[in-house]
Design a protein around this ligand. Structure first.
Ligand code: HEM
Length: 420
């Protein structure tokens, strides 16, 4: 996609079997699609296929259903509501560090998946843990890999009857996921809500204008959406941040100096956030170079003129964080990991859609404050207690463009506990 931009510019038409793609590389046009044209678009074809896994939850639903569900869920994600989760986020990461040996060579992506999964279960669904937490990691891998292979490669052109085994594997993983989700829901139904309700309480209590609650199926879809969207992406952001820090010891030293000054040995809290400026910048810069959501797509509901070109109903409009975040027009030395670029108010100067790891417009990531809070607190807790470095025989970082930008063989680093 970067090569296409370099060769053809800001609007690139790609004719593919079964799809007409338009790649939009300029922030003005991305804003048009995600904000101005909101009423004339729906999620793109590939995002829609995700409903195989998350049904008609917030990420994949449209129209009145989406509006209603977003209204119910959004208050649970407002900053004032999620700040109380800070302590649990730090505690879960501290426990994650304590479970590590004094020194090991390990796949930190697997570690991050576990920590962020525990955080989402604890904070959003009030579950202490699920029975088989390692099983969940395996389910997510199967779903993401299966989805990537079946929908994002040439295999999607094959008739379904030639892909029976692949779909059976996906169905089986969805079945195992459902068993976990229905258990979470059943454990909560009927329980009296005391004090601050968490997301699951709100979803259970939500009623429409006729006083009808959500069906079990709708509830399951919302829970599956937050369960998956709410931990896999954040785990990726943290894994790439650790990878980049390991390869940039100067930045790692500067970050450690900030943590020593602001926190010393004590655990981070939400009140420390305004002073953890470099930590915030490291996370932002990591999501610039390795955006967990690397593409946001829409489909046109009617013929429209976009970016000065007539585009037909059904056209797939793709806006790519990977491409825009590496565009030298917005980021000098775009390939350079340079968190300090964010420290002098860059975010306020940039075009709103030159940096958009959480998308934008009405369908902006509902969990964006949650993710930033979690990202900074977990990263601070990890860097306070761990040293990470690369080693020669580590499998190289290879990326796969599944639903999210995933490391195909993990993120392997030498990890040493500072108290070890
Ligand atoms: C670094 C972490 C994260 C990244 C990069 C990310 C990215 C995104 C992006 C780009 C979208 C918009 C997709 C579109 O417009 O088509 C989105 C939507 C969404 N995200 Fe996130 N996300 C993250 C964390 C989270 C968390 C922590 C949660 C929940 C706890 C969450 C829940 C959702 C939901 C429910 C939607 C659908 C919103 C709607 O359409 O109304 N995400 N996310």
């Amino acid at each position: 996609m970067v090569r296409y931009r370099e060769r053809y510019g800001d609007v690139v038409y790609v004719s593919m079997p079964l799809a007409e793609l338009y790649l939009l590389n300029h922030p003005d046009d991305i804003q048009t699609v995600l904000v101005g044209e909101h009423a004339h678009v729906m999620k793109d074809e590939l995002t829609r296929t995700l409903s195989l896994i998350v049904g008609q939850g917030l990420l994949t639903s449209e129209g009145e259903l989406w509006r209603r569900q977003r209204k119910i869920a959004a208050p649970s994600f407002q900053p004032r509501h999620i700040e109380r989760f800070g302590e649990a986020m730090v505690e879960r990461s501290r426990r994650g560090v304590e479970a590590l040996p004094a020194r090991s060579r390990r796949d930190v992506h697997a570690d991050m998946m576990r920590i962020t999964l525990e955080i989402v279960l604890d904070t959003m669904f009030g579950a202490d843990t699920v029975r088989d937490i390692d099983g969940v990691g395996e389910i997510v891998d199967t779903l993401m890999e299966g989805y990537g292979r079946e929908f994002l490669t040439w295999r999607r052109l094959l008739p379904r009857r030639l892909r029976v085994a692949a779909f059976a594997r996906i169905d089986d993983a969805v079945g195992r996921l459902d068993a976990i989700l229905y258990e979470l829901i059943a454990a909560r139904r009927g329980r009296a809500v005391a004090g601050d309700a968490d997301l699951l309480d709100r979803l259970l209590a939500a009623q429409d204008d006729e006083g009808k609650g959500m069906s079990d199926r709708q509830l399951r879809d919302e829970v599956a959406t937050v369960f998956l969207a709410g931990h896999e992406t954040t785990a990726l952001a943290l894994s790439y941040a650790l990878y980049l820090l390991a390869h940039h010891p100067r930045v790692a030293r500067a970050l450690r100096a900030e943590l020593d000054e602001v926190l010393g040995d004590r655990p981070a809290t939400v009140d420390d956030l305004p002073r953890l400026r470099l930590c915030d910048a490291v996370l932002r810069e990591s999501m610039r170079l390795y955006p967990p959501a690397y593409l946001v797509g829409r489909e046109l509901l009617e013929d429209r003129e976009i970016a000065g070109f007539p585009m037909p109903k059904g056209a797939q409009l793709l806006t790519g964080q990977w491409v825009v975040h590496r565009d030298p027009r917005w980021f000098p030395a775009p390939e350079l990991f340079w968190p300090e670029r964010w420290l002098d108010g860059l975010a306020a100067r940039l075009h709103r859609f030159a940096y958009f790891p959480f998308g934008g417009g009405p369908r902006i990531c509902v969990g964006n404050h949650f993710a930033m809070l979690e990202g900074v607190l977990v990263l601070a807790t990890l860097v306070q207690r761990l040293e990470v470095s690369p080693y020669d025989s580590a499998p190289p970082l290879r990326l796969s463009t599944s639903v999210t930008l995933r490391p195909t063989q993990g993120v392997w680093l030498d990890v040493r506990r500072r108290d070890g």
